[in-house]
Structure formats: C-alpha cells, structure tokens
Design a protein around this ligand. Sequence first.
Ligand SMILES: Cc1cc2nc3c(=O)[nH]c(=O)nc-3n(C[C@H](O)[C@H](O)[C@H](O)COP(=O)(O)OP(=O)(O)OC[C@H]3O[C@@H](n4cnc5c(N)ncnc54)[C@H](O)[C@@H]3O)c2cc1C
Length: 324
Amino acid sequence: MILTFVEHDRGALSPLSLQMLACARQVSQETGEPVHAVLVEGEAAGLVESLSRHGVSRAYQVRHAALEQYAPAAWARSLSQILDVHQPSLVLAAATDRGNEVMAWVAAMAGAPLAANCVEVRNGAATVVRHRWGGSLLEEASVHGQTRMLTVAPFAFEAAEVDNPAIPVIETFTPTLDQKDLRVRVTAREESPAQGVNLQTARVVIGGGRGVGSAEGFGLLEQLAAVLGGAVGGSRVATNNGWRPHSVQVGLTGNRIAPDIYIACGISGAIQHLVGCKSAKNILVINKDPEAPFFRRATYGVVGDLHEVIPALIAEINARKRTR
Ligand SMILES: Cc1cc2nc3c(=O)[nH]c(=O)nc-3n(C[C@H](O)[C@H](O)[C@H](O)COP(=O)(O)OP(=O)(O)OC[C@H]3O[C@@H](n4cnc5c(N)ncnc54)[C@H](O)[C@@H]3O)c2cc1C
C-alpha cells in the first residue's frame, strides 16, 4: 500500500498535496498498490469527496486532543504508529515545510530512508530524481528499504482527477503520545492581512528586488499586478529590507511559484531566487543591467529602468484594454 500524508487547511486540501497524490497514483498504476491517506487534525469527512477524486481509497483520520495544532514530533509519532500497523511499501508527502519536517521525524522513528524534494519517480519509486543544493542540482538516487519515504517537490507533478472515483473508507486512528512529543507545537495562529491574489496560485506574479528601491516603490508593482490580475512577490533583499513581508518572498527560503508568467523587476537572478521561480512557464525580466544573470533564464527581457518600463507597460495594457 502507498501511504500519503495529506495536508489540509480550513476544509480544503493543500494544492501541493494534490500534486503529491498525482505522484502516488503514478506509482500505484505501476505497482497496483492502493493509495491511502493520513489526515491529522481537522475533519476528514468534508474532504472525502476531494480525496476520492484524487485516487485515495482509504483515509486514516488521526484523532487526539493534543493534535489540534501542529506539533511535528507528535504528528510524526502518529504517522509512524500507522506505519507499524499497516506496513506500507511507500510513504509520500508534499515537500512543504511541514511535509519535510514531519517526514524527517517519521524516517528517524521508523529507521527508514527518506528522499526529499523528488521531481521524478521511476520503477515503483525505487529510483528518484531529486533536488539537491536548493534545486541547483538534480540527483538520481536509488531508494532501498522495506518502507521507502519520499517528499514530492512543488510543481513537479500536475494534480489530476481520476475518471471513476470510489468513495474512500474513513478509519479513525488514535495514537499513543508522550508528553515529550509535544515539546514543539503551535500555540497560536495569526492571519496575515488579506493580500488579494494568492502568490502560490496566481497566474501572473510580479516580483520586485533591490532595484525597486523602497517599500513605496512596490506601489508601482501593485499597479501592474492590478491591471494583470496578479500577485506581488519579492526577493530576499526586498523582504530583508522590510519592503515586503517574508510571506511573499520567492526563492529557496521563500515560496516556490509556478505562474504562467513571472515578471521579475530589479532582481539580479541569484540561484537562491531562481529556485523559487524555475517552474514559471514564462519569465519576463526587467533590469537595467544587460549582464544581469536573470536574463539567461528569461523568456523575454527588457533592459531598462523599471521605474520607466513598468509605467509604460501599464499604460500600454490599459490602452489595449480600452480598444478591446
Ligand atoms: C541560504 C540563502 C538563502 C537565500 N534565499 C533566498 C530566497 O529565498 N530568495 C531570494 O530572492 N534570495 C535569497 N537569497 C539571497 C540571494 O543570494 C540574493 O542575494 C538575492 O536574491 C538578491 O536579491 P536582488 O536580486 O533583489 O538584489 P541584487 O542582487 O542586489 O540585484 C538587484 C538587481 O536590480 C537591478 N536594478 C537596480 N536598479 C534597477 C532599476 N532602477 N531598474 C531595473 N533594474 C534595476 C540591478 O541591476 C540588479 O541586477 C538567499 C541567500 C542565501 C545564502
């Protein structure tokens, strides 16, 4: 059996978990093994239909009063106890912060090998291709062991629904937890202010870097985002300078995005930034330095001052909208 750790929030399955389920289904088609899912916290009942549409035939709902909020060791303890009972051949999670953290704990508890950030799986997931060094290298690796564990890199697989979904069986699982499993846990959640279009799902993302020059300078990028229906992100320089919140940072230590087009304004194209936007279908780079490394990854490039190029772009888009 293939066991998947599925993340969800306020009644919706995480889009990255749905991509991971597509990977699980690919392996299932090769090996004939069913895909089961583990859900910790929240209510599985409302998610059953989505799970079945993504090929899950059985779901384990973990229930324990101490698990209402995220607690990595306790979540992992629950998962490893399910592993002990059901002995899956493969365990998968999305390579999110939580997915990688929980799976690292489970691998340590189960003494099983973990391959993180996989972008390709072959031979029933005995061979994987995975990101190394923040995505700057791809490594082919063989995964051995009775139970193999993988996390699936964001946007490596496309979420897809099955043709004939079956209603999955839901089983409740009550783990045995120790107080020490709860030493690290979330005690409160703070909502970030509404930011309009979501960076992770936006079809257009406008990214700003040092070249934007100030927090106020981002107003121009907001205007471009508004005419294109996009979201605004930033490089680490932009977030370190406090021009944008860290939650919208793109890159190795920020978000991985996959929009139809990423418009990178005043960003040099350091490898740690490129890792976050390499899945973008198109990249438009606006930079006044023709030697900026980002141009080597660009689909389109404009050499110029963003403070002149962006207003011209907005004026042209608005003019074309008016003549439509
Ligand atoms: C462990 C680690 C993790 C990291 N994680 C991340 C990460 O997640 N995300 C990230 O972004 N970085 C990350 N970094 C930092 C990364 O290495 C770069 O330092 C950073 O991306 C540079 O940001 P920048 O392109 O905005 O600034 P710079 O490299 O300074 O580039 C600014 C660019 O703006 C151009 N420019 C200036 N003025 C204008 C103008 N008026 N019009 C047009 N162009 C202009 C310049 O020509 C230049 O190319 C990480 C680094 C480390 C070591």
